[in-house]
Design a protein around this ligand. Structure first.
Ligand SMILES: *Cc1c(COP(=O)(O)O)cnc(C)c1O
Length: 360
């Protein structure tokens, strides 16, 4: 443990650098990015990038991209804010709405970055275990909305479909959270394309809700760092102020515009493929005697005892999946990104011997 610098911020004592333990491996199924690659027009735009995209500053607040995203979602451009990945949106929005010391609450398990962003903004984090599966058998793993609301957080974070479980949050729960929230409700929809449902329409009804989306997953552009959020203009304006100018780089904006204008068919096709293969993968896991959790995203979460050791044993066979030890109401589990079927077969052929090796 390093000694704190005398002049460092006290709130940063507990902040650790993010470390998902990612190392080079032949087949990486740990981050739920698009394993089919980049959409074709987006790729062409990237390859033909004019030098001016690098030598000159990007646009201030990505107005052209906001207009295109507004078209896609049927909202006005002043209801959209873009960012350097949705991570940047989450960070900026926490800074915009949370005074230091105020509370961010969210269901557990969920996106691992949220407590880190709370800490980075000197906010307090409170994780509330999701309701037990027995109480929520029909809807899968669901957040405990009453317990979350009872903490009266300044920021309530919900993720649907949820990372890492894959569970879609029931519409009624989201509506109730928004109706009773005293602060702002963030709904992280990083995987909404794969679920085919969204809460974007709720934005029209409430000035408290911010929907957060990304082009890192369905659009295959994780390395360019493109995120955005949708909310009422007054809400979005505060995030824009907190985000600051020039945050979206010029190459990212140009590639994103191409993808949105010309690649929607490619994206839809590959989303559909991911959904089909997700169910096929779940079937293959069941055939091995495992019980994968229902998923609305482009990954499958499957309970596996000794998940860290199993993950290690798979890694020695050239395949990386993400272990989640001791998830509430689940226990140890592996989260596996869905991609082209040959990759899934390769993964299964590493999982089977790894399970035998570790769990007998
Ligand atoms: C991947 C992911 C993100 C991060 O997306 P970026 O736009 O790449 O920053 C946000 N939320 C969840 C739940 C994710 O899984």
């Amino acid at each position: 443990m390093q000694e704190r610098l005398a002049f460092a911020r006290a709130a940063y004592d507990a902040v650790a650098l993010y470390d998902p333990k990612r190392t080079a491996v032949e087949l990486d199924l740990t981050d739920n990015t698009n394993l089919w690659g980049i959409p074709p027009t987006a790729e062409r735009t990237l390859r033909e990038m004019p030098v001016a995209a690098v030598t000159r500053y990007p646009t201030l607040y990505a107005a052209e991209l906001k207009a295109e995203l507004a078209l896609l979602h049927g909202v006005s451009a002043d209801m959209i804010v873009t960012g350097c990945g949705s991570d940047d949106i989450l960070d900026s929005a926490m800074r915009a709405f949370g005074e230091p010391g105020e509370l961010v609450a969210g269901s557990e398990p969920s996106f691992a970055m949220i407590p880190i962003f709370a800490q980075m903004n000197a906010l307090r984090w409170r994780g509330i275990s999701e309701r037990s599966t027995t109480a929520a058998q029909h809807t899968g793993h669901q957040p405990d909305i009453d317990a979350l609301l009872a903490t009266t957080p300044k920021i309530l974070y919900l993720c649907s479909p949820n990372n890492p479980t894959g569970a879609l949050i029931a519409r009624a729960s989201i509506e109730r959270a928004i109706a009773h929230a005293r602060g702002v409700v963030f709904i992280d929809e990083a995987y909404a394309e794969f679920a085919g449902v969204s809460s974007i329409d709720l934005v029209a009804r409430s000035e408290r809700v911010l929907i957060i989306r990304t082009m890192s997953k369905a659009y295959g552009l994780a390395g360019l760092r493109l995120g955005y959020a949708i909310g009422q203009p007054s809400l979005v304006m505060e995030v824009e102020k907190s985000r600051g100018p020039y945050k979206l780089n010029a190459m990212a904006e140009r590639v994103a515009l191409s993808a949105l204008r010309y690649d929607s068919e490619w994206v839809a096709e590959h989303v559909a493929l991911a959904v089909t293969l997700r169910e096929r993968l779940a079937g293959a896991l069941r055939a091995m005697g495992l019980a994968p959790m229902p998923s609305a995203a482009n990954f499958v979460c499957v309970p596996v005892a000794q998940c860290v050791a199993v993950g290690q044993a798979m890694r020695t066979r050239g395949v990386a999946v993400r272990p989640f030890p001791a998830l509430p109401h689940v226990g140890d589990a592996l989260r596996i990104s869905v991609g082209p079927w040959p990759l899934m077969e390769r993964m299964l052929s590493a999982l089977a011997p790894a399970l035998r090796e570790v769990n007998g």
